[in-house]
Ligand binder design. Structure first.
Ligand SMILES: NC(=O)c1ccc[n+]([C@@H]2O[C@H](COP(=O)([O-])OP(=O)(O)OC[C@H]3O[C@@H](n4cnc5c(N)ncnc54)[C@H](OP(=O)(O)O)[C@@H]3O)[C@@H](O)[C@H]2O)c1
Length: 292
C-alpha cells in the first residue's frame, strides 16, 4: 500500500515542488488554506484527512514574510506568531493524535549569523528578528511535545524556473534578463539550496524516519549574494555589467530591520545521512541550474 502523507503549506514554494516530485510515489493529502485546511482551526483537520490513515505529516505551512514579521515584533496576537507557533502546536498535537511521524521544516534564521564559521546542528540558536524567534519557538514545541519527528532546517530555497513566488535566484535571473540593475551585498554569506534537494530530503526523512534528529539540509556552497549574482549570470550566459556590489553593514546603518550576516551552514550531518543510505547529495547552484 502507498504511504500516506499530510503536507501542510502544500501550495507554497517547497510544497508545490514536493507534490510535483512525489505526487505519484505516495498518497499526498494537501493541507493548505485553499483546501479548507487551516493550521489555526483544528476543526478543519478531520475533513481534510477524511478517515485516511496518515503515516507522516510534513509541516511546511508558516508565516514566511520576514519583513512582514518584523512589523509584528513581539506581537503574540499577530499572524506571524499565531501561524508559526500556535499553528505548529496544533500540528504537533495532530501528529501525536494520529501516531504519525512529523517532519518539521525550520530555517537558518533561528541563528544570529554573527560567527564567520559554518553553523552546525549543535550550535545554539539565537534569532535576531521576529520570524526567526517564532520559528525557534516552533522548534521548541516539536522538541518538547512531538512523539516522533525529524527537523529539517533549510536556507534560501531556489527553483530552476520561477515558481509560485519569487526566490532569490529567480529574482536575479529575471532582473538580469530584463537588463535591470542589481544591487547585491558582498559582505554577507548565504547558503542557497535547490528546492528539489529540500523536497528529496523531506521524502527521505519519511522513508528512513530518523527519530528526534535535526538536519541542516542546504546546498554545498555558501557565498555572498554578489557572488551568487555572478554565478547565475555565468551559468545563463548573461552580462554581469548591471550587477553592483553593495554592503550589508552600510545598509544596516539606514534600515532598522536586523539581518544575519554570516550564514554558512555545516551540512555534514545530512551529507553523512545521504552517504549511509545511498542517496545523492544536494546540488550546487551550477549543477542545479544546468540539471534537467
Ligand atoms: N522560502 C524561504 O526562503 C525559506 C527559508 C528557510 C525556511 N523556510 C521554511 O520552509 C517552510 C516552507 O516555506 P515555503 O517557502 O514553501 O513557504 P510559502 O511559499 O510561504 O508557503 C506557505 C504556505 O502555507 C500556507 N498557509 C498560510 N497560512 C496557512 C494556514 N493557516 N493553514 C494552512 N496553510 C497556510 C500559505 O497559503 P497562502 O499563500 O494562501 O497564505 C502557503 O501556501 C516554512 O516553514 C518556512 O518557514 C522557508
Amino acid at each position: 500500500m502507498k504511504k500516506c502523507l499530510l503536507v501542510t503549506g502544500s501550495k507554497g514554494l517547497i510544497g508545490t515542488r514536493f507534490f510535483e516530485l512525489f505526487g505519484d510515489t505516495c498518497e499526498l493529502i494537501s493541507g493548505d488554506l485553499d483546501d479548507g485546511f487551516d493550521l489555526l482551526d483544528p476543526s478543519t483537520f478531520e475533513n481534510t484527512i477524511a478517515g485516511r490513515s496518515v503515516d507522516a505529516i510534513v509541516h511546511l505551512a508558516a508565516f514566511t514574510d520576514v519583513s512582514g514579521a518584523y512589523s509584528q515584533q513581539d506581537d503574540k496576537s499577530g499572524s506571524c506568531y499565531r501561524l508559526n507557533v500556535t499553528g505548529t502546536d496544533n500540528i504537533v498535537a495532530l501528529a501525536n493524535q494520529l501516531d504519525a511521524y512529523l517532519v518539521h521544516i525550520s530555517t537558518d534564521f533561528v541563528f544570529d549569523g554573527k560567527r564567520n564559521t559554518p553553523i552546525s546542528e549543535t550550535n545554539t540558536p539565537n534569532p535576531i528578528e521576529w520570524y526567526g524567534e517564532t520559528k525557534l519557538l516552533a522548534e521548541q514545541l516539536v522538541f518538547e511535545k512531538a512523539k516522533t519527528w525529524a527537523m529539517v532546517r533549510i536556507a534560501f530555497p531556489f527553483l530552476r524556473e520561477e515558481g509560485v513566488r519569487p526566490d532569490l535566484v529567480a529574482s536575479i535571473t529575471t532582473k538580469l534578463r530584463a537588463g535591470d540593475f542589481l544591487y547585491l551585498f558582498s559582505d554577507q554569506i548565504i547558503t542557497p539550496t535547490f528546492a528539489d534537494d529540500i523536497a528529496k530530503a523531506i521524502w527521505r526523512m519519511t522513508e528512513k524516519q530518523p527519530d528526534q534528529e535535526v538536519y541542516h539540509v542546504m546546498g554545498p556552497q555558501s557565498m555572498s549574494p554578489f557572488e551568487l549574482g555572478h554565478l547565475v549570470a555565468g551559468n545563463l550566459n548573461l552580462s554581469t555589467e548591471n550587477i553592483t556590489e553593495t554592503s550589508l553593514l552600510e545598509y544596516l546603518e539606514k534600515d532598522p530591520r536586523p539581518r544575519q550576516q554570516y550564514m554558512a551552514m555545516d551540512t555534514s550531518k545530512y551529507r553523512t545521512f545521504c552517504e549511509e543510505h545511498g542517496y545523492d547529495q544536494p546540488m550546487s547552484v551550477t549543477q542545479a541550474l544546468s540539471s534537467t
